[in-house]
Design a protein around this ligand. Structure first.
Ligand SMILES: [Zn+2]
Length: 296
């Protein structure tokens, strides 16, 4: 178990810590809990679902990477399947602050990359910033999404973001978490195919610049990341950040990356290439392979 996860476990209530330890020490732990596991943790700890989620926030926050702020934020996205997905903020030294990942984006992307079809709520240990409120307004559940905070009554997203501007104002009806399947051609390289699959499922209704990334780990397997666009543009989450979230939550250091492939649309109106190269270079990862394809 990584030291920060162990440290967070030691700060849990004793009965919960005892029940959690087998999950957190399992090689298969992927920073999420199924509905059955949540029920078992509730039974062992005597906590309500909401109190359990509050108690798990330090576990989520233990995944934070904060070389700039040392401010750890943890979030838990509640999938409609009943599974809870942990997430934490990520900062990148030597890269622009715009490359930062917020904890809510991490937990939500974790659920999206795990093929959840919607969310019911998001729990976070600090009140969501404006950037995250706008990011969450892109979700297909934005009208019904509940925001949970420790020591606060649950409130709707639109309590925190009244008079919201979002995808519906731009005529977009299929929004983030609704199924996406762009018709990319295939490719002989398996890692490129993985990036194509991510690009195919990316969400880019405003630019149609669908993109995805695959990061090869230890020359053995890979994680992928999909681009998640936003009606207000700036809260859009690049595909590299999406993949780095999954890399971190699966417990791999950036140094485990042995290849990185970005797939983009040829002649698209925007490109992820230069920003992704710069962020990867700041992390010591060279080079980024970029494959541009047309839709079939
Ligand atoms: Zn935020």
């Amino acid at each position: 178990m990584n030291p920060s996860l162990l440290h967070a476990l030691q700060d849990c209530p004793p009965q919960l810590a005892q029940a959690l330890r087998p999950y957190l020490t399992a090689d298969t732990f992927n920073a999420s809990f199924s509905a059955e596991e949540i029920a078992a943790l509730q039974q062992a700890s005597g906590l309500s679902a909401t109190d359990l989620a509050v108690a798990l926030l330090p576990i989520a926050a233990s995944y934070a990477i904060t070389p700039l702020s040392q401010f750890h934020v943890g979030a838990i996205a509640h999938g409609v399947s009943g599974r809870w997905y942990l997430g934490a903020n990520m900062e990148f030294a030597l890269a622009p602050l715009q490359q930062t990942v917020h904890a809510e984006q991490s937990a939500i992307t974790h659920a999206w990359m795990s093929n959840e079809t919607s969310l019911t709520g998001v729990m976070v240990n600090y009140t969501p910033c404006g950037h995250c409120r706008q990011f969450m307004n892109e979700l297909n559940c934005a009208q019904q999404l509940t925001i949970y905070l420790p020591d606060c009554a649950p409130q709707s997203l639109h309590h925190y973001l009244p008079n919201a501007f979002g995808p519906k104002d731009l005529g977009i009806t299929d929004t983030l978490f609704d199924p996406q399947s762009q018709p990319f051609a295939s490719h002989p390289d398996p890692l490129v195919r993985a990036a194509i699959e991510a690009a195919s499922q990316s969400y880019a209704p405003y630019t149609r610049a669908y993109s995805g990334i695959a990061l090869e780990i230890n020359a053995e397997h890979w994680v992928t990341g999909r681009y998640a666009e936003n009606a207000a543009f700036n809260p859009s989450l690049p595909p590299l950040q999406s993949a780095l979230i999954i890399l971190q939550l699966q417990g791999y250091p950036v140094s485990a990356i042995t290849r990185a492939v970005l797939v983009e649309i040829a002649d698209a109106s925007i490109s992820q290439q230069s920003a992704s190269e710069a962020t990867l270079a700041a992390l010591g990862v060279h080079p980024l392979e970029t494959v541009t394809l047309t839709l079939e």
